[in-house]
Design a binder for this molecule. Structure first.
Ligand SMILES: [Mg+2]
Ligand SMILES: [Zn+2]
Length: 194
C-alpha cells in the first residue's frame, strides 16, 4: 500500500448497555446451578428488545465465584446463559455477549467486579465506546465499575434490599447517575439521553 493512501477508518465504535446478571436480568437465587430454575425479571425482555432497537449491544458482565468455590462449573454457567437467551427470544431480545469472573474474592483477580478487566475485554472484542455506553446493576460494585470506566451508571436495587444497597453505596462512596425502581425505568432514562 502506498504511503499516500488515506488511513482506513474502520467501523465506528458501538455503544453498549452493560448489564449485571443476578438480581438484574433474573432474580438472584444465590449460586444458581440449574438452568431450568432461571427466570427473567419482569419487563427485562421487552426492555432489552427496545435497547437493542436503539443500537446498543447488550453485554452481560457477571461475578460467578460459585465456580471457584465448586458449587457449579463453567458448563453450568454456559447452560444458564443459553437458557437466558432462550427466555429472551420470544421478546425479540438477546444478550449479545456474556463475560463472567469465575474467581472467589480471595483470589484477588482483576476480573471480578468492581474491577474492570471484563468490560475492557468486551471493549476490545466488540469495538465498544465507553463514553456513549452505560451499565445497569443492582449493587454498588456495578456502579463502581461503571464509574471507573466513565460509563453512565444506573442502579436498580432489588426490591426489599433498597436500604442495604444504599448503605453499600455510602460505604464505597459511590453514587449512581440514575437510580430507578425497575430495569425498564432505568433503561428508559438511559435511552432518553439520546
Ligand atoms: Mg447482581
Ligand atoms: Zn476473576
Amino acid at each position: 500500500m502506498s504511503s499516500s493512501a488515506p488511513p482506513h477508518p474502520g467501523p465506528p465504535p458501538r455503544r453498549a448497555l452493560f448489564v449485571d446478571r443476578d438480581g438484574t436480568l433474573n432474580p438472584d437465587l444465590r449460586y444458581l446451578r440449574e438452568a431450568d430454575k432461571l427466570e427473567l425479571t419482569r419487563g427485562v425482555g421487552d426492555t432489552l428488545s427496545l435497547v437493542r432497537e436503539h443500537g446498543y449491544l447488550v453485554v452481560c458482565v457477571t461475578n460467578q465465584s460459585g465456580i471457584e468455590r465448586g458449587f457449579y462449573t463453567d458448563e453450568d454457567v454456559a447452560r444458564i446463559h443459553r437458557r437466558l437467551n432462550e427466555l429472551l427470544s420470544p421478546h425479540r431480545a438477546k444478550v449479545d455477549a456474556f463475560y463472567y469472573c469465575p474467581h472467589a474474592p480471595e483470589h484477588g483477580c482483576d476480573c471480578r467486579k468492581p474491577r474492570t478487566r471484563l468490560f475492557e475485554q468486551a471493549r476490545e472484542e466488540w469495538n465498544i465506546e465507553f463514553g456513549s455506553s452505560a451499565v445497569v446493576g443492582d449493587r454498588a460494585i456495578d456502579v463502581q465499575a461503571g464509574r471507573t470506566l466513565g460509563l453512565l451508571t444506573a442502579l436498580v436495587p432489588p426490591r426489599g434490599h433498597e436500604e442495604e444497597v444504599r448503605n453499600e453505596m455510602k460505604e464505597l462512596g459511590q453514587y449512581a447517575d440514575i437510580e430507578a425502581a425497575t430495569f425498564a425505568a432505568a433503561a428508559g432514562r438511559i435511552l432518553a439521553r439520546g
